[in-house]
Write a protein that binds this ligand. Sequence first.
Ligand SMILES: [Zn+2]
Length: 83
Amino acid sequence: MSYQQPEPIACDCCLMPLSYGRHYCRSETRRGPATFPYTLCLDCASDEANDARSQVDVFVLRRAGRFSPQWETAVRSVLAVQA
Ligand SMILES: [Zn+2]
């Protein structure tokens, strides 16, 4: 068994921290060969405006940026190629 770092979980829309026990909605979006996950609190997930592809890109990048700036740059370039 390998040790896995816990994901930094917060709503990728309103940035509310999704702490232990709080309900949230995990989604992912496909761009070419890649799949990018993002997480929304239930309030933001129920907002239909957040289904728009341009919004989803914002969520994916925000989430990537929480891991590291390098990862955000990498994800941004994939999104640009697959736009
Ligand atoms: Zn939210």
